[in-house]
Design a protein around this ligand. Structure first.
Ligand code: CA
Length: 254
């Protein structure tokens, strides 16, 4: 690893919900970062997001070691992103299996964003409307495309980004783990650079703060923990209508 990664994460129930159906994981040994935002009646969203996060972590822990001694860089890259894809696929199967075993869980599902860093590559996998961003040289880039009905309207030119962000149907996701038999996982490989700051978050943050407001807070020269807390406090100050989860990962030269 040419880089040293530092991470901080926090989740908060918000001010309007009884349960926190978000779940997150930071694994500093494997450089794995996962956020999942569950949905379903009663508290079943909590079940779905926990299954997803735990099964992704377990898969990477169990299978990850076998992928290490790849022959060359190209094979290594493939092994690395395939590992994350398979982990998310397995998480989907686990959520489906839990529903099959307990009919009461019917209808539960979860979003997921997983980031796995190895050498100088970050593999990013996602399903649903949780997001990954990267702040590089003070410029914030959204790395993921929401799998939502409103985002489809943005792509078609019917809604602006800002209209979509506050739209009454903004919570309608078009893809989620556990929601259908087959799942399409968006996967990308990104070059990692010293100075990068990654943000992985649930929509409880991005529906309360827009990208510009998030960028301002990420640019502040404060500890990751302080920035995480500040983002959550601000989402709550604006009403905290949903559960809020934030992971920050900073990349430094090793
Ligand atoms: Ca949410």
């Amino acid at each position: 690893m040419r880089f040293q990664l530092t991470a901080s994460g926090e989740t908060d129930v918000g001010l309007a919900r009884k349960h926190n159906e978000d779940c997150f994981e930071i694994d500093p040994v494997r450089n794995l970062y996962v956020v999942a935002d569950g949905m379903g009646g009663h508290s079943h969203g909590e079940v779905a997001s926990r299954i997803a996060v735990e099964s992704i972590r377990d898969y990477i822990v169990e299978e990850g070691a076998d992928d290490r001694p790849a022959a060359d860089d190209e094979h290594h890259l493939l092994a690395h992103s395939n590992l994350l894809r398979k982990a998310v696929r397995t998480a989907h199967d686990q959520v489906l299996q839990a529903i099959q075993q307990n009919g009461a869980l019917q209808g539960m599902g979860t979003t997921v964003v997983g980031v796995l860093v190895d050498r100088d590559i970050a593999a990013v996998a996602h399903v649903g409307d949780s997001r990954a961003y990267r702040l590089r040289e003070d410029k914030l880039d959204l790395l993921t495309q929401d799998h939502t009905w409103v985002h489809e309207q943005v792509l078609a030119g019917y809604l602006s980004e800002e209209q979509a962000r506050v739209h009454p149907l903004k919570n309608v996701v078009t893809r989620a783990l556990g929601s259908e038999k087959d799942i399409t996982i968006d996967l990308q490989e990104l070059e990692v650079r010293a100075g990068d700051l990654y943000l992985i978050c649930s929509d409880g943050l991005t529906t309360m703060l827009n990208d510009q407001e998030i960028a301002e807070r990420l640019r502040a020269k404060k500890s990751l923990k302080t920035i995480c807390r500040g983002l959550i406090d601000e989402a709550n100050a604006r009403g905290g209508l949903d559960n809020i989860t934030v992971i920050l990962v900073r990349v430094d030269e090793a």
